[in-house]
Structures are given as structure tokens and as C-alpha cells.
Design a protein around this ligand. Sequence first.
Ligand code: HEM
Length: 475
Amino acid sequence: MEISWVFIVFGSWLLALAFVLKIFNHPKRKLPPGPKPWPIIGNLNLLGSLPHVSFHHLSQKYGDLMLLKFGSKPVLVASSPEMAKEILKTHDAIFASRPELAAGKYTSYNYSDMAWAPYGAYWRQARKIYLTEIFSPKRLDSFEYIRVEEGQTLISRLFPLSGKPVLLKDHLPQFTLRTISRLVMSDKYYSSDASSIITLETLQQMLDEWFILGGVINIGDWIPWLSNKETNRRDYVPKDMVDTLLHLADDPNLEVKLKSDRLMGLIHDLIAGGTDTSAATIEWAFQELLRQPNIMDKAHQELDRAIGKERWVEEEDFSKLPYIDAIIKETFRLHPLCALLPPHYSIEDCNVAGYDIPKGTIVYVNAWSLGRNSKYWDRAEEFIPERFIENNIDIKGQNFALLPFGSGRRRCPGYSLGMKLVRTTMANLLHGFNWKLAGDMRPEDISMEEIYGLTTHPKKPISVIMEPRLPFHLY
Ligand code: HEM
């Protein structure tokens, strides 16, 4: 009896001590505000079909930096330029990782690509390869002829459809896919005829699935030669981006070996990253222009003045087309392709704007909200390209009110290629055709509703009639 009393007293004393020590060692953390989570689901019940819009509305109630729970996982949402800067600049090194979500596991060979790779040696090496080898200005210039040829193919496919109703979404993704596939792996591995390893249509379907459902795409199935190809020739000149990667994979000095899973992940990044993004940007731009024909007229006037009617626009002409550049920037502001930047992830505890953010928090920066912030944008909901004339507003990650390509360590490495594609394609589609709405649709009937995926698209694409505006021999 006496012994059990000793146990009880001693045990209680130990418990009390543990409690005091816990309080002493972990002063109460100050977490950002946010809605109260439910057991098991957390705040998942608050997300609608457009998560960026749900976050936007929630942020108006809880603030620019709010904390939610998805299931039991903490999710931080940054909704203002100031908070985006905190995450992507002030604390960039802490938030530069990616969470291990199912999407990354199944679509990217178990996080073997760069977009889903955690912050670390492999990601750093992959990024260096992309920036110095794949997207170096010299390499990009050497493939300009592919972009020109594919741009001409797009125009000559649209020309016979003059006067008939056309949906841009039936032509643009195929054009960007052809261009990117040729840049990445020439056109020897797929074509539109059924005898190739894979047809362009199948590749397109796989990518669509990947973007919308996060479904599984297995490049290894259709590039079976991936590990066999000879690349260690001394007189080696890369024919495409895959050639460059395979050549690098043989380098014995690489810090992290590029095995086939990783090669496939990197190739996948290039094809998926380059195809949908550029096509959807152009689709959104025309969706806006058809609502405001006066903006289209101004763009035509600029093209007639700067280029004339006897030739097509080339990449080097772009400095002469500030109004079209402004249209593209305004499109990015209202329709950032990644409405929510792909999730970032904290690898250490840190303090953001006075709040304690635990290690292991998933972070979303709401690019869609940033472009609509009334403190930074006058008449924020309206499409007004003029706001970008003569002020050189940055879109590469320095201006936190406009982050179409993200910012900081994880910002898009494909910026130059993406912009080259968007600019010349937009300019030549405008230069080559007059545009009007098909049927009895009026500009004010055009819907700007979105479908959410890894990239955001118009929900109701519009049918247009295109008429050539240059001499026929140019088409
Ligand atoms: C209009 C064109 C494009 C837009 C709007 C765009 C946008 C973005 C955005 C918002 C991010 C995420 C940044 C972040 O996590 O904070 C990103 C990342 C990325 N983009 Fe792009 N992109 C475009 C074109 C391209 C192209 C052409 C490629 C490759 C061919 C590409 C490859 C990638 C890759 C690999 C990443 C992941 C970077 C990382 O996690 O370190 N993108 N892009």
C-alpha cells in the first residue's frame, strides 16, 4: 500500500514537471488566422471547384496570410503582394521545396522531375542544366527555325478555314505541342501518321489528362530507346533537348546521377511545361480581345505601322510592338495560367509577418488574387492593356503584384521560350487575320468563366470567324 502511494506521488510530480517544461520550452505559437477546421477533413469543405476563387474570398475574411487545414496538414495561403514577397523573396530558401503530394508522385516518376522535386541537390542540378544548357539564349536561338516553321504551319492550317467558324482550342494546343515536341525530341519519335511510336493525337490526350486529372503519363512507354541511345561522341552537336540531356547524363562528374526515371521526369517537364501554358495564354488573350474590338483595332494599327502588310512578324520584331506586349501582360494579370502557384513547402520553422509557420507547411501563393489587388491595380477587374504602356512593369518575378511565372528560386525556367512562343504566335494571328464572333454572339455574351487544373482555361471557348488581312501569297 505504502509503495503504491509513493508511485502515485512521484508519478504526479513527474507529470507536473513534464507539463511545466513543455510550456517553458514551447511558448505558445502565434499562428496566422484562419477558419476553424473540422475533425478529419479540416477546411476542405470550404473549397469550391475553383480553389483560387475560394481562397480569394476566404482571404477577404481572414487576411492576406491565412492558415487552413487540408485533412490534418497545415496549408498557408498568401494572397497579397506583400505576403507573396515574404514567401518568395524574404524567406525563399525556407519555402523553396515542394510537398510530397500524390500528383507529384504519380505524374512525375516519384518526384523525379524538376517541378515536383524537393529542394536539394537533385533539384539544384536539374535547374542548372535547364538554365545553362536547355534554355541558354544560344540554344534557344539555334532552334528558332523550328518555331518559325511551326508558326507558318499553324497559319496555313487556319487559312483554308477562313470565313468558317473555328474554335481556337482545336488548333493552338496542337501547334504548341508540335513545336515543343520538335524542340525537345525532334519529330522522329512521333508524327501524325499511325506508324510512329506515338501519334500526336495520343500525346495530346495524355497531356490533357495529365493537366486536368493529374493522371499517369509514362514517357518510358514511348521512348524505349531512352537508356540505349549513344551520346558520347566527341563531335557531338545536340539535335534537340533530349539529345542535350542524354549527353549530360553520361557526365561522370554529375553530383546526382541522371538515371532513366529522372531523364523521363525532366523530358516530361519540358513537354508539359511548354505546351499548355503558351496555348492557354493565347486563348485567354483572344477571349478578351473579342470582347473589346477597339483593342484589336489598336493592335492591328500597331502591326501595320511597325511591320507592314508584306511580311510576317519575326521574333526580333518584338521590341517594335509595345501594344501587343501590353495585351499579353494584361492577359497574364487577369488570367495567370497557374492561378495558384504550384505548392511550395517549408523545410524549417520560421516567422512570417509576425506569425509562426511550422516546418512542413504547404504554401499556396494566389497569383490570381495578386493581379486583382485594388491597392496596386486601378479598375482591377477591367482588361486595360494601356496600364502597361511606358512603365516597363516586370513580369519575371520582381513585381509581386504580377507573378505569372512565379518568383525566387522556383520561378519558371522556361520564361524565355514561353514568351517567344506567346509573343510571335499572338502577333502573327493578329497580323494575319481579322477576327469576329461566329453566329449572333455579341461581345458582351462572351463568358470569362474558368476551368481549374494545373493550368486554368476558359470554360466556354468561343467560336470565331477569321478573314485573311495580308496578301494571299503570304499564307
Ligand atoms: C507562358 C508560358 C509559361 C508560364 C505562364 C509558366 C508559368 C510557370 C509558373 C507559374 C511556375 C511555378 C513557379 C513557382 O513554383 O513559384 C512554373 C514553373 C515551371 N515551369 Fe513554367 N511557365 C511557362 C512556360 C514554360 C515552358 C516553355 C517550360 C519548359 C519548356 C516551363 C517549365 C517549367 C518548369 C520545369 C517549372 C518548375 C520549376 C521548379 O519547380 O523549380 N514553363 N512555370
